[in-house]
Design a protein around this ligand. Structure first.
Ligand SMILES: [Zn+2]
Length: 277
């Protein structure tokens, strides 16, 4: 009887320790997953800035084209004024040589018309000039904004690079811990862990019982099964998703880090069995 009891205790301790290591491994691997996920999102911020810059550049180009077009039109109007002035000069000379009043009147009307044309051209030039000034002002401001954005981008790119480098360090550190822990777990269990983890979308192979349910698939776990899980005597998978279930306080009896698993097998189990008896 005593021998049998001792043997069970030993197995229980080993199983608990195995479950603890599995759970620790899961926590570290999840941490790695999280960092990798964050790293994956970071370049999006840079992408957003790049898109914004492209948008600003297109806007600047449009404004530059508009301004160039307006300036061209101003030049055309100036040319037209010159032509009108030449005509007026010509007509004025002609007036000196008219034969009769009617001819004089007719030329006067032409001169009047050209004078009106000049007024109209000047008005247009004024309008275009105001438009050019307005657009130039916006253009200058946009250029400033663009420069700022470009500086932001360059800073962000540096930051991103730094973060990626830093993350890489974190990942390597965690990966080392993960590898160390993996060595403590027998290959059959470890392979099962890896297989479940690869199949699970959230990378969880070892989960706790939360509110009477599997924290992996949220299906309820029967009370008796919960007790079995709590006892840590066996590796118990979730009936629904196959993930390995552990008690959520499983790590509390032993500080999780850097402490060799103490094999002080009997104290707790003995107490339990005593109470049972
Ligand atoms: Zn489950």
């Amino acid at each position: 009887m005593a021998t049998k009891g001792q043997k069970t205790e030993q197995t229980t301790t080993n199983t608990i320790e195995k479950l603890r290591n599995l759970y620790r491994l899961q926590l570290i691997d999840s941490e790695i997953d999280k960092i990798k996920q964050i790293r994956g999102e970071l370049p999006l911020e840079v992408q957003d800035l790049e898109d914004e810059i492209t948008g600003l550049e297109t806007r600047l180009e449009n404004y530059e084209n508009d301004i160039a077009e307006l300036k061209k039109q101003i030049e055309t109007k100036k040319q037209e004024i010159k032509e009108a002035e030449l005509l007026i000069k010509k007509y004025t000379e002609q007036q000196n040589n008219v034969r009769n009043n009617r001819e004089f009147e007719s030329i006067s009307k032409e001169i009047e018309f050209q004078t009106l044309e000049i007024t109209l051209f000047e008005k247009r030039i004024k309008e275009f000039t105001v438009e050019v000034e307005t657009k130039q002002e916006i253009l200058d401001k946009s250029k400033e904004a663009l420069n700022e954005r470009k500086q932001d981008l360059s800073a962000k790119q540096d930051e991103l690079e730094e973060i990626i480098k830093e993350n890489q360090k974190d990942i390597e550190k965690l990966q080392k811990q993960s590898d160390e822990l993996s060595k403590k777990i027998d290959s059959r269990t470890l392979n099962a862990y890896i297989k479940i983890r690869n199949n699970a979308r959230n990378g969880l192979a070892v989960v706790t019982v939360e509110r009477n349910a599997c924290a992996g698939c949220f299906n309820l776990i029967p009370p008796q099964r919960q007790l079995d899980i709590k006892s840590g005597k066996k590796v118990i998978p979730c009936e629904y998703c196959g993930r390995i279930l552990v008690d959520k306080d499983i790590l509390e009896e032993n500080p999780p880090k850097e402490v060799e698993p103490e094999i002080k097998p009997t104290t707790k189990t003995k107490k339990t069995s005593k109470t049972k008896k």
